[in-house]
Design a protein around this ligand. Structure first.
Ligand code: GTP
Ligand code: MG
Length: 425
């Protein structure tokens, strides 16, 4: 509840661009615009932007004393009640800025955590967000008390070498938070076990899993709805979906798959969140195919796709087959839509391109309906592994050649065509 009040604030956004910061730590117009969308998602109102260029961040105030004065005046003029930084602030910078600006100060990471906290509906989602919040809080809490200790020390009032009240409080708080974190981790472990069982069940049924991934607001939920009538909410706001929803999708007469929607990615995603959402995102690792949905109508789509690629790698899912789904092609204003073997352009809104997408999924996963006898020479043993992986092998006889009977797709048929001695459709 407290959160809802907090975010109805009038907000000034501040970003710093510096050559000594890493690219992903820097602010630019694109990331500021995104931050503004995040504020709107959280229910706040943006009253102004301050994008500063500076050689290096100021260790104390991040943006430098002069800029602090400017931002404070700006807040007064626009009656802002909160300042949100696009860059990550250290706990001590956040403290100094809160004091000197006279309004509440948040950074991007804190804002995203707030939004997740508002959105999380299921027990699992709540656990994940709570875990991320505690992990975010822990260093900040320590920073807070360190500050008090130092203040006591420099003013000469604190008895040197004795435990001040701050420190005692700090220890209690830290212990409390560590206990909370341990408990949340255990609870999430339990969730993970349940998922594991469901997964094994699915594997027994041999239904392939297709996971929809992509940048936030790319249209993942809309795509799932369009393909399966799932009827899940899809809204024009960031982080609309926090829970994994799965639906059965009939791809062709011979292929059914489980299609799963997932939480969206964003640049500078707090790593505490990535950690906490690993249970949900673990689905990716066990998927048979990824659909990477890209909002091609967004001028930043290339950068967004890179962010998603990097996270897929971090989650250990980069060796999975992947189809890039260029969505919102109804709004595409560029010259030529990207194209290529693993690319399909669609509009989840109008339904355009769904047939092509289904046939691409089929090509990737359908073991097909061609009954074949293949006589492989012994030095082509590698192709046998491939058949085991990509076709339904029924029998193998080692005679003069390796005689394999299997059911396979047209694609696989093409790869072994020169040794096929019998085909039945
Ligand atoms: N014009 C157009 N709009 C689309 C298309 N697909 C989705 N949208 C809109 O884009 C917005 C975001 O769609 P969602 O499906 O909620 O996006 P998402 O990827 O699930 O977003 P998160 O769950 O927030 O990560 C909604 O307003 C959709 O109506 C499309 O093909 N064309
Ligand atoms: Mg969604």
């Amino acid at each position: 509840m407290e959160q809802t009040e907090k975010i109805r604030d009038r907000v000034v956004l501040v970003g710093l661009n510096s050559p000594v910061l890493k690219e992903e730590e820097n602010a630019d117009e694109g990331s500021m615009e995104e931050l503004s969308a995040l504020v709107e998602t959280a229910g706040g109102e943006v009253t102004g932007f301050v994008l500063q260029n500076r050689y290096s961040p100021d260790p104390r105030t991040f943006i430098g004393q002069g800029k602090v004065e400017e931002v404070r005046a700006y807040c007064e003029n626009t009656e802002a009640t909160m300042v949100i930084f696009d860059n990550d602030l250290s706990p001590s910078q956040m403290r100094v800025l809160t004091r000197e600006l006279g309004v509440q100060v948040l950074d991007r990471c804190g804002l995203i955590l707030d939004i997740f906290a508002q959105r999380a509906k299921t027990k699992e989602g709540r656990l994940q967000v709570e875990l991320a919040q505690y992990r975010y809080l822990l260093p900040r809490l320590i920073g807070m008390w360190t500050h008090l200790e130092r203040q006591a020390g420099t003013s000469g009032k604190g008895p040197i070498g004795s435990k001040g009240p701050g420190e005692t409080q700090l220890e209690t708080d830290r212990r409390h938070i560590h206990r909370k974190i341990d408990k949340l981790r255990d609870d999430l472990e339990e969730v993970r076990r349940v998922r594991q069982t469901q997964r094994q069940q699915r594997q027994k049924n041999e239904i392939p899993v297709v996971a929809i991934v992509g940048y936030t607001n790319a249209g993942k939920s809309t795509l799932l709805n369009c393909l399966t009538d799932a009827g899940i909410p899809a809204n024009n706001r960031l982080f609309d979906t926090l829970d994994t929803t799965s639906r059965l999708l009939t791809v062709s007469d011979t292929l059914d798959v489980v299609l799963s929607d997932t939480v969206g990615f964003i640049r500078k995603l707090p790593h505490q969140l990535v950690e906490a959402f690993k249970a949900t995102l673990e689905e990716l690792e066990y998927a048979d195919l990824l659909l990477h949905v890209i909002d091609v109508s967004n001028p930043d789509w290339e950068l967004q796709a890179q962010v998603v690629d990097a996270l897929i790698e971090e989650l250990g899912a980069n060796n999975l087959p992947r189809i890039e789904v260029f969505n919102k092609c109804d709004c595409f204003t560029g010259e030529i839509l990207p194209h290529g073997e693993n690319i399909v352009s669609v509009s989840a809104w109008t339904g355009e391109g769904m047939d092509r997408l289904l046939s691409r999924i089929g090509k990737e996963l359908d073991k097909g309906s061609f009954h074949v006898l293949v006589k492989l020479p012994y030095d082509k043993g590698g192709l046998l592994d491939m058949l085991y992986r990509e076709a339904k092998v029924e029998s193998v006889d080692y005679s003069e050649t390796i005689d394999v009977t299997a059911v396979c797709s047209e694609k696989i048929l093409g790869q072994v065509s020169q040794w096929v001695s019998m085909i039945q459709d």
